[in-house]
Design a protein around this ligand. Structure first.
Ligand code: NAX
Length: 327
C-alpha cells in the first residue's frame, strides 16, 4: 500500500463537507490503492457537529481511511496536507454588498493561506470551493508566498458538469460522449459556458441535433449560469452532493490526469492566455498530467465569446481591486 495522503477540508461539518468526507474516505478522490488521512477543520461552534461526522466515519470502517483528525486550529488542520479543500466560507447576509462579502471572506482565507504556507506539504494542492471562490483563492495564494502560485485553484467544475448535463439532455447523447466543454471566468453569474469547441459524439456541438444559436444563447447559457439558484428553489438548500462530487472530480483529474484529448474547466491563476488579465483566478479549459495543469492553447475565439470572456474577466479584476489590501 502507498503512504497515506493527507487531505484537509475546511467547513467539514457543513453540507458539502459532510458529502466530501465519505466520498474521499471510500477512495473516490485518489483511487482504490491510496489510503487517506482526513484532517477536518471547523470553527469552534461547529466542533460538536464535527465530532458526530468523525464518529460516523469511524462507524463506516472504510478500508482506505488511515486516520481522522478534527480541529479548529488551522496549523494543526493543515499540517503536512497534500491536498486542501477550502469549503467553509461566510455566506452573503441580507443587505450585504459584494465588497463586504469579499472582505469578510478575506478574514477567513488570509489566515488559511498563512497557515498553509507555514505547515502544509510544499506541494499542497489547494481547491477553493467557498464563495466567492475565485477571489478567495487569490487571497489564500497571496498569503502563502512560499508555496507554488499555480497550486491555488478554485472550483468551476460544478458549472462544467452542469453544462455537460444540459447538453446531454438537449441532444439525447450521454454526457460521457461529450468532450471539450469549457467554462470561462468567474464562478458567478458572469461565467461563460462555451460550446464552440465542444464535441458531441465526435461532431461539433453547435451543429448537433437540437442545438442552434437561439437555444444556446437564450436557454443553455442562462440555465447553466443560474442552475445554483434553481437547485435552491427546488431543494430549499444549495447544491451539496453535486458540489462535493465536482470538487472530487477537480482534484482527482489534477492529481491523476485528464483523459486523452479531453479537457476540464479549472479556475487557475491566469498567465495572460487568451488576453485574460494575468494573476486573476480565471476558469480556463485545462489538461492535467503528472499533477500539473496546463491551459489549453490555440482555441479560436469568436466575437460572441470574446465579449463574454472579457465581461467575466472584468468582474474578477473588480473583485481583486476590492480586496487589494488583503493581497
Ligand atoms: P454550509 O453552511 O452547510 O457549511 C459551511 C461550513 O463551513 C459550516 O459548517 C461552517 O461552520 C464552516 N465554516 C465557516 N467558516 C469557517 C472557517 N473560517 N473555517 C472553517 N470552517 C468554517 O455550506 P455549504 O453548503 O457546505 O457550502 C459551503 C460553501 O461552498 C459556500 O460558500 C457556498 O457558497 C460554496 N459553494 C460553491 C460552489 C462552487 O461551485 N464553487 C457550489 C456549491 C456551493 O454553493
Amino acid at each position: 500500500m502507498n503512504r497515506p495522503k493527507r487531505v484537509a477540508i475546511t467547513g467539514a461539518a457543513g453540507q458539502i463537507g459532510y458529502q466530501l468526507c465519505f466520498r474521499i474516505a471510500s477512495g473516490d478522490l485518489l483511487g482504490p490503492n491510496q489510503p487517506v488521512i482526513l484532517q477536518l477543520i471547523e470553527i469552534a461552534p461547529a466542533l460538536d457537529a464535527l465530532k458526530g461526522v468523525v464518529m460516523e466515519l469511524e462507524d463506516a470502517a472504510f478500508p482506505l481511511l488511515a486516520g481522522v483528525e478534527a480541529t479548529a486550529d488551522l496549523e494543526t488542520g493543515f499540517k503536512d496536507a497534500d491536498y486542501a479543500i477550502l469549503v467553509g466560507a461566510k455566506p452573503r447576509g441580507p443587505g450585504m454588498e459584494r465588497a463586504d462579502l469579499l472582505s469578510e471572506n478575506g478574514k477567513i482565507f488570509g489566515p488559511q493561506g498563512r497557515a498553509l504556507n507555514a505547515v502544509a506539504s510544499r506541494d499542497v494542492k489547494v481547491l477553493v470551493v467557498g464563495n466567492p471562490a475565485n477571489t478567495n483563492a487569490l487571497i489564500a495564494q497571496a498569503n502563502a508566498p512560499d508555496l507554488p502560485k499555480e497550486n491555488f485553484t478554485a472550483m468551476t467544475r460544478l458549472d462544467h458538469n452542469r453544462a455537460l448535463a444540459q447538453l446531454a439532455a438537449r441532444t439525447g447523447i450521454h454526457h460521457t460522449s461529450i468532450r471539450q466543454m469549457t467554462i470561462w471566468g468567474n464562478h458567478s453569474s458572469t461565467q461563460y459556458p462555451d460550446l464552440h469547441h465542444t464535441l458531441v459524439a465526435g461532431k461539433p456541438a453547435m451543429e448537433a441535433e437540437g442545438v442552434d444559436a437561439s437555444w444556446y444563447e437564450s436557454d443553455f447559457i442562462p440555465t447553466v449560469q443560474q442552475r445554483g439558484a434553481a437547485i435552491i428553489k427546488a431543494r430549499g438548500a444549495s447544491s451539496a452532493a453535486s458540489a462535493a462530487s465536482a470538487a472530487i472530480d477537480h482534484i482527482r483529474d489534477w492529481a491523476l490526469g485528464t483523459d486523452g484529448d479531453d479537457w476540464v474547466s479549472m479556475a487557475v491563476p491566469s498567465d495572460g492566455s487568451y488576453g485574460i488579465e494575468p494573476g486573476v483566478i480565471y476558469s480556463f479549459p485545462c489538461t492535467c498530467e503528472n499533477g500539473q495543469w496546463s491551459i489549453v492553447q490555440g482555441l479560436e475565439i469568436n466575437e460572441f465569446s470574446r465579449a463574454r470572456m472579457d465581461a467575466t474577466d472584468q468582474e474578477l479584476r473588480e473583485e481583486r481591486a476590492a480586496v487589494e489590501s488583503l493581497l
